[in-house]
Design a protein around this ligand. Structure first.
Ligand code: TXA
Ligand code: MG
Length: 320
């Protein structure tokens, strides 16, 4: 049932006691805990089965709150002013006296911070008066949750409460921009398209290096950007023209002839925003049918397509 004032008060009480509450954001559902509590943050890692080298995003109500936790230079301030509240995460230097749990930032000298736009996320942050560490509310490596039932299926009893905000409007995680060096870097494509950020900056965003490049070890990475991620149980075949016998179909634009019953279309009209909003839900749906493989139509790489293709490539990558 949709969340009420009383649910918010209960959620805040659970969080203050170090418990975990899943809450909706405009991107995906987050698994929230008190970012200043080592115990709460450790519980988040345990609930997701997440490797502890992979740091968490800290969620706050506004830029002034964010500036209490991290150091915002010119570029970070400009991006925050342009895109907060919204699907953008900024990685900034972590001051020595930051109240955020060291575990949340995995011991890095930086912090990832974002101001979510979802009214329920904002209401929760206002009520609890704590910064909330919140990774996507899925078991580590699995498909991200864009509806409360995905959280329930994935995490079950590992979460104390799920705040119901219906389906997530954007459906892809936030774009992560690193503001540690003079040139800002795109660490993860996401809900804000690269071009929108480049327009605000007036320059191209540098690309983050992949984990295998050891030549410039000082260059920061999003440590969580593992090759295999967002993985359904089924195998994924990308850039397919049509499904082969036994494959489910995930289309984009006009569907080919002869697709079977187990199919979805991300956007029959070829709209990338619609496709982003549908992506994780449709992967959950098709995977839930028990098929062995899912064939996926090509998705153009423009705008939000960059983030959609990033998720699809990781979903299709060989599993560890
Ligand atoms: O939209 C989102 O960002 C969602 C909602 C819940 O806010 N959250 C989310 O969190 O996607 P998660 O944990 O699934 O992904 C966080 C990413 C990881 O790839 C992690 O490595 C990166 O952020 N990250 C966190 N702190 C970082 C830091 N200090 N430096 C570089 N990358 C960082
Ligand atoms: Mg995630």
């Amino acid at each position: 049932m949709p969340a009420t004032e009383r649910d918010l008060a209960r959620a805040a009480a659970i969080l203050r006691q170090g418990g975990l509450v899943a809450f909706p954001t405009e991107t995906v559902y987050g698994l929230g805990g008190d970012a200043t509590s080592d115990r709460a943050v450790a519980q988040i890692f345990a609930a997701k089965g997440r490797p502890s080298f992979n740091p968490l995003i800290v969620h706050v109500l506004d830029l002034s709150e964010a500036e209490r936790l991290g150091q915002f230079g010119e570029t970070a301030k400009r991006l925050a002013a342009a895109f907060w509240p919204g699907p953008l995460t900024l990685v900034v230097p972590r001051p020595a006296n930051s109240p955020i749990s060291m575990l949340a930032s995995a011991g890095l000298p930086s912090l990832a911070i974002r101001v979510p736009a979802h009214p329920l996320a904002q209401a929760l942050l206002r009520e609890v008066q704590l910064p909330l560490a919140a990774p996507s509310a899925n078991p580590s490596g699995r498909i991200s949750p864009t509806a409360p039932e995905h959280v329930e299926q994935g995490l079950g009893d590992n979460v104390d409460m799920i705040l119901d905000g219906g389906s997530c409007a954007i459906g892809l995680e936030s774009t992560i921009v690193c503001c540690l060096e003079s040139e800002p870097m795109l660490l993860r494509p996401g809900g804000v398209p690269r071009s929108a950020i480049e327009d605000v900056l007036g320059e191209r965003l540098a690309a983050a290096h992949s984990g295998s490049e050891k030549s410039e070890p000082s260059r920061p990475l999003a440590p969580g950007q593992l090759a295999s991620h967002y993985a359904p149980r089924a195998q994924i075949r990308l850039n397919a023209e049509a499904p082969q016998p036994g494959e489910a179909w995930l289309g984009f634009g006009a569907d080919p002839e002869g697709i079977g019953a187990i199919s979805r279309n991300l956007s029959p009209s070829g709209d990338l925003m619609e496709a982003a909003a549908n992506l994780f839900r449709f992967l959950h749906d098709l995977d839930g049918s028990g098929v062995a493989a899912i064939a996926v139509a090509p998705v153009p790489n423009a705008g939000l397509g960059e983030a959609i293709n990033d998720r699809l490539m990781r979903a299709a990558a060989p599993r560890p």
